[in-house]
Ligand binder design. Structure first.
Ligand code: PLP
Length: 418
């Protein structure tokens, strides 16, 4: 089959394809698999009960569900949902926004495909613009989304060793340059893969760098405040006219409804909606109708803060304790400070094998993690660190996470003895 360069690019082996294949095979396959790869959120019984309640209310109401199933929304989203969500955000944070500031997409992954290509690539005057990721490593899901080659650039994080167990990345403002070729700055907060949460001050600095350069700051808030609230640091949600904030219903427990939310100034929202129309006519409505009452009442804030956040905080601490308990003493490793998201990011400094080989060895033992290499895209230099880290998802059942970490420790021990 002869494909275009678009076809070649989007069908070749990519990190995100491998990750999603691992996820699908683990679910469909035989035998017990410790699935610590992928980005599936946990199934939290109290949250499931909320979805069940919302669903039965919809069914009882009758017309709401029928309407959702039987008509297309506008490419921007469902008007009543846009109103409920903008009202909640305005009341909670004082942001000067209305429905015209919000667009819905089929998952925030699709939103990033649109945004990264709106601001990265050749512009009308023939100038090639790049999206700058100011803190590398960054989310694997962006890496292959550019329609044009080479539209991402990045800056290695500076590393702070916190103690014998923890380290933390920071934006290295001393080397971060926002050149004329930058079309947007983009960062995930909390960061996938590391669980890092850049500070309010770092956000302010990035925001003013973006403003000075006349480009938007895109903040990917898939895990953050005010929902789903998988964030363990007391930081403030940030939005201003120059910011594009991305949110999602996935990590609160609804990944399959594919509902991404973009908050930005009206011209950005119009651009995203126009792309929606061309790519998919309209978005799935189910996620919006299912959760609308939670945004109207503000209950979404309550369940995020009082159920989701403590749940993941406990899971993270438990997973770190297993790492401490099982990892061989000869392993020179650090875990990134877990400030949010659903992952532990572990840096091995004295393994004789790469994180890719460690991933392959673990896969043979039915433990799936994600090798760190994929998260270092856009770098224009070799960085040894990029082959020394793995990401593991700690949100699955306690016995699987413990077993996965125990087997990881055994494989690390083997690698040290090679
Ligand atoms: N952004 C980040 C940082 C993520 O981790 C993910 C999923 O894992 C996404 C965006 C995309 O999520 P969704 O398309 O389910 O909203």
């Amino acid at each position: 089959m002869k494909l275009t360069s678009f076809g070649e690019k989007f069908t070749r082996k990519s990190g995100i394809l491998e990750l999603m294949d691992d996820l699908g095979n683990a679910v469909a396959g035989q035998g017990r698999v410790c699935m610590l790869g992928g980005g599936n959120p946990a199934i939290i019984p109290e949250i499931q009960a909320v979805w069940n309640r919302c669903l039965s209310e919809l069914i009882q109401d009758g017309s709401g569900l029928e309407e959702a199933l039987s008509s297309y929304d506008t490419p921007q989203g469902k008007q009543s949902f846009l109103e409920s969500l903008s009202g909640m955000l305005k009341n909670s944070f004082g942001w000067n926004i209305g429905p015209e500031n919000i667009a819905i997409t089929n998952g925030s992954q699709s939103a990033f495909f649109i945004l990264l290509n709106l601001f990265g690539g050749t512009d009308a005057s023939g100038v090639k613009k790049k999206v700058l990721f100011p803190l590398c490593p960054e989310y694997i899901g962006y890496a292959d989304q550019g329609l044009e080659p080479d539209i991402f650039t990045t800056c290695p994080a500076s590393i702070e060793i916190l103690d014998d167990f923890l380290f933390k990345y920071h934006v290295d403002f001393s080397s971060l340059k926002v050149g004329d070729d930058v079309g947007a700055i983009c960062i995930s907060r909390p960061t996938n893969p590391t669980g890092n949460v850049i500070s309010d001050e770092e956000v302010r600095q990035l925001s003013s760098l973006a403003e000075d350069a006349g480009v938007p700051l895109i903040i990917d808030n898939a895990y953050g405040s005010p929902f789903p609230g998988i964030i363990f640091e007391e930081v403030k949600p940030f939005w201003n006219e120059n910011t594009i904030l991305s949110m999602s219903l996935s990590k609160i427990g609804l990944p399959s409804v594919r509902t991404g939310i973009i908050i930005g100034r009206p011209e950005i929202i119009k651009a995203v909606s126009s792309c929606n129309a061309i790519i998919s006519l309209a978005n799935g409505t189910i996620g919006q109708v299912l959760t609308e009452s939670l945004f109207q009442s503000g209950e979404i804030l309550d369940i995020s803060k009082n159920i989701v956040r403590p749940f993941y905080n406990r899971k993270s601490i438990q997973a770190q304790n297993w790492v401490k308990a099982y990892m061989p003493v000869s392993a020179d490793y650090r875990v990134h400070k877990s400030e949010g998201a659903i992952f532990l990011w572990i840096w091995f400094r004295n393994l004789k094998i790469s994180s890719r080989e460690l991933y392959e060895n673990l896969k043979k033992r039915k433990v799936i993690v994600v090798p760190g290499e994929y998260f270092f895209f856009g770098l224009d230099q070799d960085w040894e660190h990029s082959k020394q880290c793995i990401r593991l998802n700690y949100s699955q059942s306690a016995d699987l996470v413990e077993e996965g970490i125990r087997i990881l420790a055994e494989e690390v021990d083997k690698a040290l003895r090679q």
